[in-house]
Design a protein around this ligand. Sequence first.
Ligand SMILES: NC(=O)c1ccc[n+]([C@@H]2O[C@H](COP(=O)([O-])OP(=O)(O)OC[C@H]3O[C@@H](n4cnc5c(N)ncnc54)[C@H](OP(=O)(O)O)[C@@H]3O)[C@@H](O)[C@H]2O)c1
Length: 301
Amino acid sequence: MSGTGNARLPAGAGVENARPLAGPGIENARPLAGPGIENARPLTGRVAAISGATGGIGRAVARRLAADGARVVLLGRDEARLAAAWDDLSAASPLAEFHLRKIDIADAASTAAALAAIREAVGPVDVLIHCAGDVMPAPLLETADADWEAALGGKLLGTIRLTREVARDMAARRGGSIVFVNGAFAREPDPLFPAASTVVAALSAFAKAISRDLGASGVRVNAVNPGATETPLWHGLAEALGRRFGATAADVTGMAAAKSPLGRIGRPEDVADAIAFLASPAASHITGATLQVDGGASAAL
Ligand SMILES: NC(=O)c1ccc[n+]([C@@H]2O[C@H](COP(=O)([O-])OP(=O)(O)OC[C@H]3O[C@@H](n4cnc5c(N)ncnc54)[C@H](OP(=O)(O)O)[C@@H]3O)[C@@H](O)[C@H]2O)c1
């Protein structure tokens, strides 16, 4: 949000330092801070950047990583949505540290500028979580080149580029953790979603490939595959699928819930908990892994 004159707090190198309670002594006001207790918060002091932080899963991840002690940088394309996310998160976690930074991951210059600003104002990124993405039903014969260019040049290349630039710093500092939020289509490509299936399958392969390279530098790379999860994206999807098949969005959600042995669709917090584990030292010997967070909906081994 550089140069926007946002009045929240003084901007540092284009990243708002959005800590409402920052100041001498406040650091220690964290409820569990103190010798020995610090370790109870596995990400204490770590800088965690979250793309798509304005969305359902992204916000839940931000809240969860902040509770784990991380200094959280919210990334998103839209200033108003970013500000709304910051307001919600700060109200829910007043002692946590949230920063916000506008970024369009589809744009190389925007990505470079955002990372430079974060590095300068907050510090190098220790944890990177990729939550940015969208999905709409469009079988092959309904797609045009522009749809494929948007998917491949946007989410796919954007995620790869952001990963590469952050991984460069992580490798130089010999540590870091990256988590991709892919999706069930990565293992079970869906004819209604050929572009999204292609992108998440490619990102799964990418995550595995780079995990085998970056491990030697102490950087771990993992992924989660959410199933249907209660977020704004899911609501839009359920509406669109309902229109296509002459059903209501509630019917579509009911069918998705019925696919899970646990009988419900996911909550964003379910995905955030899995991501927090993979990002934490508790997963220090896990890299190149993918965790299904779909209530058992996928039948794949
Ligand atoms: N919810 C589900 O059922 C489900 C299931 C499987 C996988 N997923 C995946 O999980 C991730 C998070 O989904 P969600 O349910 O939290 O969705 P959401 O609520 O719609 O949030 C996604 C966020 O990503 C950002 N975004 C969307 N398209 C983007 C693009 N091309 N480039 C950069 N940013 C983009 C948007 O933020 P701004 O526009 O503000 O930047 C949006 O707020 C997505 O990748 C989604 O595909 C979700």
